[in-house]
Ligand binder design. Structure first.
Ligand code: CAA
Ligand code: FAD
Length: 380
């Protein structure tokens, strides 16, 4: 098997690395502390073609493959996971869903500005009583002929206030269970659509997470994605790819923390020598490196599966499960290697540790990934 990346992919990786160093790193601590959304940085990422990476250029995208996308996600996440989650949601959950299942009119009206980064999108599945148990949708979209009337609450929505376009999952026909769910495109600012306060979070504090309320919101029928009742499958298929994005985010967080820890261990002296010369520290670095290398292969495998048209439900879930554990384990050890300095903000690793945790929760918790994986392996 060939695990090398092409010259073009190397150039894309390098562009993302430079951007992250030059434009994400300055201010990342302040954005985390003040929970400031990285609006200027997102605008720049649009200019660099990062907001619609896999979208066909005829709809404003960069027309790249999934492997290139994971390379960019890794580089951005080494520095700022609050910015990379905006990229992940916009690319994997919003643009991919619209390009794959949207009508030509929806693509021209919504996908184009989303893919160029002129506007950003949000994906709204979770509710107060429907997180992991995603089929238990309480939000309703009642069919009124040429439109739907949307009522209910979504919570934990990434890009909650910054988005202009929201893909909202809602129950139309309760009797049909998950086959009675639809996915609707809702524009910000329509009557009855209210955005709740920003969540005050442990990590990815620059990302704006909000609950959303829909009170008799009128949504035209032409804003439904796919056939009547396709909404739950739409969400599952979209999330399967989203999990590759979050796996690469977790990989980046781990790799970022590892790089900082290795550098620190080679500089910091204790007992008359660099701490890297103490085997306890060297072995920590060896474990971190091994876990990261294994994770990278799993992420590339899942991305490649998607690129060659193979099924990636299983490989994406495996990659996310493993990558998020790697992110958590690695960042905890990176803090330990930094000693007291690891506990203060200036050294970055405490933020990476706080950011790592979300990768085990969103786009399906680790327990949910194990449900997806076990069902898949037991099916055969
Ligand atoms: N592709 C296509 N269809 C799929 C599918 C997939 N990957 N996974 C499930 N389905 C279909 C099933 O085939 C089934 O349809 P049929 O009855 O026609 O066969 C239907 O969906 C229901 O599936 P299940 O019976 O397996 O449903 P379940 O109730 O047992 O739940 C689950 C399955 C995997 C646990 C699902 O509920 C799930 O993924 N939960 C986690 C939700 C989640 O990941 N939320 C993330 C929100 S977005 C987010 O978090 C973004 C962010 O932070 C940045
Ligand atoms: P629950 O489902 O209540 O789970 C609680 C615990 O029980 C977890 O440990 C879970 O793994 C476990 N559990 C539940 N069911 C089972 C089971 N069957 N077997 C074993 N264990 C189980 N959602 C969106 O739709 N869009 C977004 O943009 C978005 N962004 C988010 C951003 C942030 C910062 C956060 C925190 C969440 C975001 N989410 C988003 C929601 C996220 O996807 C959910 O939080 C997640 O799916 C878990 O749902 P829950 O919080 O309701 O937890």
């Amino acid at each position: 098997m060939d695990f090398s990346i092409s010259e073009e992919q190397k150039m894309i990786q390098e562009a993302a690395r430079e951007f992250a160093q030059n434009e994400l790193l300055p201010g990342v601590i302040e954005r985390d502390e003040t929970q400031k959304f990285p609006a200027e940085q997102v605008k720049r990422m649009g200019e660099l073609g990062f907001m619609g990476m896999m979208v066909d250029p005829k709809y404003g995208g960069s027309g790249l493959d999934t492997v290139s996308y994971t390379l960019v996600m890794e580089e951005l996440s080494k520095i700022d996971a609050s910015s990379s989650v905006v990229v992940s949601v916009n690319n994997s959950l919003v643009c991919w869903g619209l390009e794959t299942y949207g009508t030509e009119e929806q693509k021209i009206k919504y996908l184009k500005p989303l893919a160029t980064g002129e506007i950003i999108g949000a994906f709204c599945l979770s509710e107060p009583e429907a997180g992991s148990d995603a089929t238990s949708q309480k939000t309703t979209a009642i069919d009124k002929g040429d439109h739907y009337i949307l009522n209910g609450t979504k919570n934990w929505i990434t890009n909650g206030n910054s988005a202009s376009v929201y893909l909202v999952i809602a129950q139309t026909d309760k009797d049909k269970g998950h086959k009675g769910i639809n996915a609707l495109i809702v524009e910000k600012g329509v009557p009855g659509f209210e955005i709740g306060p920003k969540e005050n979070k442990l990590g990815i504090r620059g990302s704006d997470t909000h609950s959303l309320n829909f009170n008799d919101v009128k949504v035209p029928k032409e804003n439904r994605i796919g056939e009547d009742g396709f909404g739950f499958k739409f969400a599952m298929k979209t999330l399967a790819g989203g999990r590759i994005g979050i796996a690469s985010q977790a990989l980046g967080i781990a790799a970022g923390a590892y790089e900082l820890a290795k550098k620190y261990a080679k500089e910091r002296k204790a007992f008359g020598t660099e701490i890297a010369n103490h085997q306890a520290i060297a072995f920590k670095l060896a474990d971190m490196h091994t876990q990261i290398e294994a994770t990278r292969l799993l992420v590339y495998k899942a991305a490649r599966d998607k690129d060659i048209g193979a099924n990636y439900d299983l490989s994406g879930a495996i990659a996310k499960l493993h990558a998020s554990k790697t992110a958590m384990d690695t960042t905890i050890e990176a803090v330990q290697i930094h000693g007291g300095n690891g506990f203060v903000k200036d050294y970055h690793v405490e933020r990476l540790m706080r950011d790592a945790k979300i990768t085990q929760i969103y786009e399906g918790t680790s327990e949910i990934q194990k449900i997806v994986i076990s069902r898949s392996i037991l099916r055969n």
